[in-house]
Design a protein around this ligand. Structure first.
Ligand code: HEC
Ligand code: HEC
Length: 290
């Protein structure tokens, strides 16, 4: 059962960190994103009607890009300025490297990385053949361990984030479109439940910050809807690339709760659910956030 978040009479302690003088209509900035890449400009949808399953909850969905300041937004307009592109280049080198036990590379079986075009837009998804819920990381890991005779890459390793960056770039500009019905339904329900559950000493759910208060300031941050269409994200603060689940870890920790681990069943289900809240926004490839 999903517990809807309501603000009871007893205010959660964290609300003290929201500035009390909230602007009446806290909104994302009005701006448009066209990314200049090596193959010409790509238009990015950063605002779209909310998917049907969010009816009555949200009318419009926005990319996190629309909540960042002008300087940060500018870094994503041109791949030349985007510090995340270094990871894409490194991912391409890894893609072509003969690292397999028999000297094989990703390219020996898959050809160019463009053969994975579209995959980022539909993952996490339930794999037709195995029935398992698969993130991009799970697919990469399956090839490493079952097809190349290699050890698993750590979920938060640079090898993994480089490959995520390269594969995500192949779907830049495509609409996020994860399936939530059929075999995905139980995972989606599980993720939804987690999204609305209050965690930690601060008793905050994802929904408190990203559904109820997006557009407002929390400490020095302009709260977004917590969408994942931009992932992996180059985070200026960390000077590094973040996967969606790595971002979730940070958000849960901020509520002073014990967090689930990357690749846990809980975070995989949550990643599917959060992705579905962004169905209709563009995959950004590698985005830039502060
Ligand atoms: C106490 C408030 C708070 C809670 C609770 C919270 N977050 Fe966040 N989250 C933030 C802040 C602040 C940021 C950085 C600014 C932004 O993009 O909103 C952020 C960023 C994000 C982003 C990055 C968005 C982007 O475009 O870069 C995602 C995804 C996200 N959160 C998901 C979640 C999920 C899933 C949960 C629940 C497990 C959660 N958050 C819980 C405050 C919160
Ligand atoms: C020995 C051949 C082989 C090698 C080497 C290999 N793969 Fe695969 N890969 C496959 C096969 C076979 C599939 C399953 C295709 C299917 O189910 O349609 C697959 C599936 C995938 C998928 C999911 C694609 C989809 O559309 O469902 C990804 C992502 C992937 N591989 C990434 C990689 C990466 C990254 C590497 C290098 C680290 C790699 N693979 C190396 C054979 C290989």
């Amino acid at each position: 059962m999903t517990r809807k978040v309501t603000l009871g009479a007893r205010l959660s302690p964290v609300l003290a960190v929201f500035a009390l003088a909230l602007p009446l209509h806290a909104t994302p900035v009005d701006d448009q994103l066209v990314i200049e890449g090596e193959n010409g400009p790509v238009e990015i949808v950063t605002e779209a009607p909310a998917p049907v399953h969010l009816k009555g909850v949200l009318e419009t969905i926005y990319s996190g890009w629309r909540f960042r300041n002008a300087e940060t937004r500018a870094l994503e307009r041109d791949d030349f300025d985007n510090p995340g592109m270094v990871f894409v280049d490194r991912g391409r080198d890894k893609w072509n490297a003969a690292i397999g036990a028999k000297g094989e590379s990703c390219a020996s079986c898959h050809g160019g990385p463009e053969s994975l075009k579209g995959l980022r837009a539909v993952t996490p998804r339930v794999d037709e053949k195995t029935g398992a819920l698969m993130t991009l990381e799970n697919y990469i890991d399956t090839c490493l361990t079952q097809r190349m005779g290699l050890e698993s890459w750590n979920w938060t390793s640079t090898d993994m984030s480089d490959m995520l960056a390269l594969i995500s770039m192949q779907s830049r500009g495509m609409a996020v479109n994860v399936a939530i019905d059929g075999p995905a339904a139980p995972y989606w329900e599980q993720g939804k439940e987690i999204y609305y559950t209050r965690y930690g000493q601060l008793e905050m759910a994802c929904a408190n910050c990203h559904e109820q208060y997006f557009g407002h300031m929390i400490r020095a941050d302009h709260l977004s809807q917590g969408q994942t269409n931009g992932f992996p994200v180059y985070r200026l603060k960390d000077a590094g690339l973040l996967s969606a689940q790595k971002r979730f870890v940070g958000c849960v920790r901020d509520t002073r709760a014990e967090t689930f681990k990357p690749n846990s069943p809980e975070f995989k289900a949550l990643e599917l659910y959060v992705a579905s809240r962004g169905n209709g926004l563009s995959v950004e490839g590698v985005s830039v956030r502060h």
